[in-house]
Design a protein around this ligand. Structure first.
Ligand SMILES: *Cc1c(COP(=O)(O)O)cnc(C)c1O
Length: 382
């Protein structure tokens, strides 16, 4: 698609509202409704050759439209999965064989590490864990490197073009988990990655009402292999969730703009508070992630993290806040905060992942400040 003048590439908002929509047809809706089908009618004579859809696991037009949309935003061919974990584990299981070496983020999404420890190691895959900020080992002999940048929950980042060049030189595949950034925040395929993998459950769809995952690549042989894997294992999203996700994509640019602005305001305010420790937001100029993040990200995430010291202080903060919901996940319309240690994530007891919603910035700032004021200061505090 081109912009109004026909030559200038369209902006993010324009791309989002048009992504994956069919050509306008009189009497047709902008986004056709979900197609609910397990089997479809077959041509009694020609059989499967007569139409693109035969059975719901490999074929669904609602899902294909969503894949078209996400593929346009990521700049590659997209495959939608039932959840982020279905996409990530599908990628790992379809690409790795016994004896292969894979590098995974040591500080990334905890369920990926759990899967590696439980399943990949039992299958004879050699798993290495590397902190997102590095240092990265020699990649010789590595089959696949999975990066997660910015990493959930600690928000460190890594230099994707540099690691993509090193992976290519070593003959390794490079995949980037783009969940925190979304395709508007970062385009890993443009940065040299072979694969993008992500949860669409978070900021991409942003309404806290569905689970979704996807993979994207420009390598059609890889896509073919992963599509075959998905068809035989079956981790596909349902038609209604695919449709809801597509409907939500239209507002991605607007939602991220407010979430990012809210994160900037909340981070700036938290940085002034002596009762808040360990603040991380890659958009703060003195954050360790800032040099790489400001060069690599197209926009900063609405996600930040900080430490209130104890589980009790986090609970008191959440009880005092009227706008911030206690909830896991992130990237939704509503501001939420999650004490990660309660899930067994490898974080300190008072570590909070804070996801900015799309509330008015002044309201959110006032609420978070008042809630922190209501919490007893830390024992060793002022
Ligand atoms: C949530 C998340 C996942 C898993 O996605 P689901 O949709 O919950 O399965 C993977 N990676 C990251 C970075 C996540 O935040």
């Amino acid at each position: 698609m081109t912009g109004p003048g026909g030559s200038v590439p369209p902006g993010d908002g324009t791309r989002c509202v048009h992504a994956g929509l069919p050509e306008p047809g009189p009497g047709q809706p902008f986004l056709p409704g979900p197609v609910f089908a397990a089997p479809y009618h077959l041509d009694p004579v020609a059989g499967p050759a007569a139409a693109p859809d035969q059975y719901g696991r490999p074929d669904n037009p609602t899902r294909r439209r969503l894949e078209q949309a996400i593929g346009e935003l990521e700049g590659g061919t997209c495959l939608a999965f039932a959840s982020g974990q279905a996409a990530i584990t599908g990628m790992l299981l379809s690409l790795l064989r016994p004896g292969d070496r894979v590098l995974l983020p040591a500080d990334g999404y905890f369920a990926v590490r759990a899967f590696a420890a439980d399943t990949l190691r039992e299958l004879g895959v050699d798993v290495g864990l590397v902190p997102t900020a590095g240092p990265y080992p020699d990649l010789a002999g590595v089959r696949l490197v999975l990066l997660e940048t910015p990493a959930n929950p600690g928000l460190d980042v890594c230099d994707v073009p540099e690691l993509a060049a090193r992976a290519r030189a070593a003959g390794a595949l490079l995949a980037v988990d783009n969940t925190a950034a979304t395709p508007l925040g970062q385009r890993p395929l443009d940065l040299g990655a072979d694969l993008v993998v992500a949860s669409g459950t978070k900021a991409l769809t942003g309404h806290s009402d569905l689970l979704l995952g996807y993979l994207a690549s420009r390598d059609e042989a890889l896509i073919g292999r992963l599509r075959g894997w998905r068809t035989v294992t079956g981790a596909v999203p349902g038609a209604f969730d695919a449709w809801l996700a597509h409907r939500s994509l239209g507002t991605l640019d607007l939602r991220l703009a407010r979430q990012s602005a809210n994160a900037a305001a909340v981070a700036t305010m938290l940085a002034t508070r002596p009762d808040v420790a360990g603040l991380r937001w890659p958009g703060l100029p003195d954050d360790p992630a800032y040099p790489v993040a400001s060069a690599q990200l197209r926009r900063m995430p609405g996600l930040l993290c900080f430490d209130l010291g104890t589980a009790e202080r986090v609970a008191a903060f959440l009880q005092a806040s009227r706008l911030v919901f206690a909830a896991t996940s992130f990237g939704g319309l509503h501001s939420t905060a999650d004490r990660r240690a309660q899930w067994g994530d490898d974080t300190s007891p008072g570590f909070v992942r804070f996801s900015c919603g799309v509330e008015d910035t002044a309201d959110l700032l006032a609420d978070v400040s008042a809630a922190l004021d209501a919490v007893a200061p830390p024992d060793d505090g002022p």
